[in-house]
Each structure stands twice: as C-alpha cells, then as structure tokens.
Design a binder for this molecule. Structure first.
Ligand SMILES: *Cc1c(COP(=O)(O)O)cnc(C)c1O
Length: 385
C-alpha cells in the first residue's frame, strides 16, 4: 500500500463496503445516512435561479455575505448566540470540511483530540491528518439508551488536551446529551482550558419534544467553542455540501487558514439557496423532523416485532438495534450477511469505535427514507424471525 501510514486506517470504509453489497443484492440501503426525498421547493428553485443568473464563479473565500448573515441570524433566533457574520462565521464544503479545517488549523502534531466513542469517522481522519493523537470517551450502553461516562470524561480531558469534539445529537446512536452531560463537559473544558468543536449537524432533528442545547450557550463556553452545522441534514441536501462553522474570530481564522487550501471555496450557486432556506424554511424543517420521528417509530416498532433489542433514538437519522436475540452476536458479520439474505443493508456500530468490546453486536439502521421504503424494509426484516 502506498498510502501514508497515518491515513492507512482510513483507506476504505465499511459504508462503501455495505453500499456495494446493497447494490449487488438490490437491497434497501438503510446503511448510509441520507434522505431519499428533496428539501424545500423554494430552496431548490433558488439554486436553479442562482445558476440561471450566473452565480457560477468563485464565491468570496469565507462564503457569500448573505449566507454568513443568515447563519448568524439563525443562531441568534434559535439559541440567542451572537456571531459577527464578517469574522465569526465561515462557510465550508459541508460539515466535513469545517471539522477538518478546525482540527488541522488548531491542533499541533502530537497533541490530543478527545472524542466521544462511537465517533463519526471524519473526526478520527482529520486528527490523523493533523498528526495528532486520538483519545476517546466511551458512551455506555444504559438500558435502552446510552449514557456519557463522566469518569472517563474526567480522565480523558487533561491540560494536555488540545481539543474536545462533541457530537450531539449523536451519530450513530441517536443520543441527545443531557443538560447534566453538557454542564460536566463545559466544566472540564474550562478547568483544563481546552478548545471544543461541536458537531451539531442534527441540531434540528430531535424527537419527543426534546430541545437541542448548543454547548456554546453555557457560561464560559462561547469563547472556546467552534460550532459546526450543515445544510445537508437539515434541508435534505447532503449532496450540496454546504456547511459552516461559527466561533470567536481568532479560532475561525485558524480554521480558515486550513480550509483555504483544502477547497478555497465551494458550493457557489448553493450558498444563496441555503441563505433563502435558513430565512424562510424552518417550518419545513419542523415538519421534516416530525416526519423523522414517525419514521423512527415505524422502524423501531418493526425491529422490535422481529425480535431485535431496539435502543431509544432521541434524534438524528439513526436507530441502533441489537440482533443477539435473533442469534447474531457479531454486528459486522450480521451486516455482511443481511443484503444477500433478506435484501436490507445496515452498518455495524463497531465501525465507529476503537474499543469494540461493548459495541461488537450493535447495528445501525438509517430511517430518513420514504415511509413505503421503511415498510418494505420492515417486511423483509420479518423474514429474520
Ligand atoms: C453527515 C454528518 C457530517 C457531514 O456533514 P456534511 O455536511 O455532509 O459534510 C458530519 N457529522 C455528522 C455527525 C454527520 O452525521
């Protein structure tokens, strides 16, 4: 293999393998987390209009002013968080580039980046690209949900920590961190004077009346926190790759130094369309989130009926299920069998961890799919019982 050592662990992904298997067996793909319906019509029209009216060249490096203003306004309206659109908001090529830019721009080689395990793979890859070291804080399986291990949090975050990455609502478990968790994270980050990167791409997709609280709203946190979000999950446009990062100007400048030489800019005609969506389509998002809650209920009920141990999903596109009652003890093996066996694809949670012990069995299903698709998947899953 010619790939540099630090990236060798990232040269192939289980998601690609499962999607390939899904395609081979014409399976319903509940592995990859993308929606199968389009976002708000006004937003789609605004992108077409932007292309038709010649907004097809490089936008300004930090993003078009209208979008930076809309991102700042959105955070003020929803959370009372104030960011200067000129210096404290940066538009990126999806949340992925925001994450990479922040880690590469702010973490020195050899420094430590702490993340919650299971973790979204981009945090680990960006940490490796920065030549930094990954340290994990496990979630613990707690009844039908998951809990943050506060002892592990306190052990992991030390004065040697450069950055803590927090993802809530959490992919792959669907966990929304509690106020108590957020307070504990804030305290330990303040005590050790570390930076925090919060991945909040599912900020609007929370269920059962829960509210999402950005960590940056806690006392003493705004000045050390970089908040990341993206249009992809909020507005069903994962292919547009429009993301953003907000925080103190000095931290944004660091992320921008890296971002400039990864892509310089991206998503030209999509930027004005997302500005429109942030301004006028939050009612669409509320309906979308209510629809996702119903889809969560559909898939959870179907999995329970088949005999899976089903975990509580409090937000996101995902629910985790335990196939051990059906006789499968290895989630990865189960996922490799599933497309050929019944025509459904899922991904093993072990793909998101360094310490597989408590995660070997667990499987993640994505439910941001049309109801008919979920019903069809449910029908196929019944063949397992
Ligand atoms: C999908 C996802 C991302 C990536 O977002 P993009 O805007 O597509 O780059 C980042 N973090 C989490 C937790 C995700 O699920």
């Amino acid at each position: 293999m010619r790939t540099v050592k630090r990236l060798q662990p990232f040269s192939s992904t289980i998601f690609a393998e499962m999607s390939q298997l899904a395609a081979e067996h014409d399976a319903i793909n509940l592995g990859q987390g993308f929606p199968d319906t389009d976002g708000p019509a006004a937003m789609l029209a605004a992108a077409q209009e932007a292309i038709a009216t010649g907004q097809n060249q490089y936008p300004p490096g930090p993003g078009i002013p209208a979008l930076r203003e809309a991102v700042a306004q959105h955070q003020l309206d929803h959370y009372g968080l104030q960011y200067d659109p000129a210096t404290e908001v940066l538009i990126t090529v999806g949340a992925t580039e925001a994450i990479a830019g922040a880690i590469i721009g702010l973490v020195e080689p050899g420094e430590r980046v702490v993340m919650i395990e299971p973790y979204y793979d981009a945090y680990a890859a960006a940490t490796a690209m920065a030549g930094a070291e990954r340290v994990t804080i496990p979630l613990i399986i707690d009844g039908d949900g998951f809990a943050l291990d506060h002892d592990a949090l306190h052990a992991a975050v030390t004065p040697e920590t450069a950055m803590v990455v927090i993802n809530s609502p959490h992919n792959p478990t669907g966990t929304v961190l509690s106020d108590e968790d957020l307070r504990a994270i804030a305290q330990v980050c303040i005590d050790n004077d570390v930076l925090v990167l919060t991945d909040e791409v599912y900020e609007h997709l929370v269920f059962d009346g829960r509210v999402h609280t950005p960590l940056a709203t806690l006392p003493g946190m705004r000045e050390r926190t970089l908040r990341v979000s993206s249009a992809g999950k909020t507005f069903n446009v994962t292919g547009w790759k429009v993301g953003w990062i907000s925080g103190p100007a000095e931290l944004i400048a660091a992320a921008r130094a890296a971002k400039q030489f990864m892509s310089f800019v991206g998503s030209g005609p999509f930027q004005p369309a997302i500005a429109v969506a942030l301004g006028t389509e939050m009612e669409w998002v509320r309906r979308s989130s209510a629809g996702l809650q119903r889809k969560r209920d559909l898939i959870s009920a179907a999995l329970t009926e088949v005999g899976f141990g089903v975990h509580r999903s409090e937000g996101t596109y995902f629910v985790c299920a335990d196939p051990r009652p059906l006789g499968y003890h290895d989630g990865a093996e189960f996922c490799r069998d599933l497309p050929a066996r019944i025509g459904v694809a899922a991904v093993p949670v072990s793909a998101f961890v360094d310490h597989p012990e408590q995660w070997t069995h667990l499987v993640r299903f994505a439910f941001a799919k049309e109801d008919t698709v979920i019903e069809q998947a449910a029908e196929r899953l019944r063949a397992l019982s």
